[in-house]
Design a binder for this molecule. Structure first.
Ligand code: URA
Length: 256
């Protein structure tokens, strides 16, 4: 999509979002839809090159892993990916962020407005709470976690990513998992839990026990945004974090 068209779509979606959010308009400037240098982070956020050759969904969902794969290569491909309709609305793709060899891969649903703007996962209020939750059991994105999402581009107005959008993006996540080989997964929210476990149960049913994804223990818990809305979910979320810690401790890992 041309730069002007992307800006128009962005402005329309932002207006709709702000209107739905109590009629409050944030007044944030519209981002520059122009080629920019990759931003340096401890993770792998990359601004999509404007004139890059588009990638299709199939290339993201490779069954065999590319040779000499790297987080940087995945980030670059995600930034150019045209594999689903979410590409049209993105400012930046959000490939993920974290330490080189993480103990835990935290997997959320998909970027929100702040993440779309910065290219980094979980940087809004929910992200700040997520960092506190992880810190309570000695985990952090700086030291021993990788924070990723099921979809790398923001669903408009923070709607759930559709099943075909999730499927189109799953190849990126599977490649990240193959590279990072985490000792456990923490799925935050219903969408990542359902998507990784291939079930339709609600998060209330999926949390509280140890599942597996690709032979690696997976614990599901409430999304931090849900905890911000409903205080009563904090206690079960804390139980889930303790369960995650006991899994890691059982593998002989010490956090901090
Ligand atoms: N919510 C998510 O699920 N992922 C993010 O990156 C931010 C908010």
């Amino acid at each position: 999509m041309e730069t002007d068209a992307r800006r128009v779509v962005y402005e329309a979606l932002t207006l709709m979002e702000d209107t739905l959010a109590d009629g409050y308009r944030s007044g944030l400037p519209v981002p520059e839809f122009a080629e920019q240098a990759p931003i340096e982070t401890i993770g792998t956020a990359v601004t999509p090159p404007r004139a890059a050759a588009p990638l299709r969904a199939g290339s993201a969902r490779s069954t065999s892993l590319p040779k000499d794969d790297s987080l940087a290569a995945i980030a670059t491909e995600a930034a150019r990916c045209m594999g689903c309709r979410l590409a049209a609305g993105r400012t930046r793709s959000v490939p993920g962020q974290g330490s080189g060899r993480p103990l835990v891969m935290v997997i959320g649903e998909g970027p929100g407005a702040e993440e779309d703007r910065t290219g980094l996962p979980f940087v809004g209020p929910a992200g700040q709470l997520l960092d506190k939750m992880l810190g309570s059991i000695g985990l952090s994105r700086q030291d021993n976690c990788f924070i990723g999402n099921i979809v790398k581009c923001r669903p408009p107005m923070n709607r759930d990513p559709a099943p075909d959008e999730q499927a189109a993006c799953m190849g990126f996540l599977d490649r990240q998992i193959a590279l990072l080989r985490p000792r456990a997964f923490l799925a935050v929210g219903r969408i990542p839990a359902q998507s990784l476990l291939g079930v339709k149960d609600g998060i209330g049913k999926l949390r509280g026990t140890v599942h597996e994804y690709q032979g690696v223990p997976l614990i599901a818990t409430y999304h931090p945004a849900a905890l911000l809305r409903d205080e009563s979910l904090k206690r079960p979320a804390w139980e889930d974090l303790k369960l995650l810690k006991s899994v890691l401790d059982g593998q002989g890992h010490q956090q901090q």
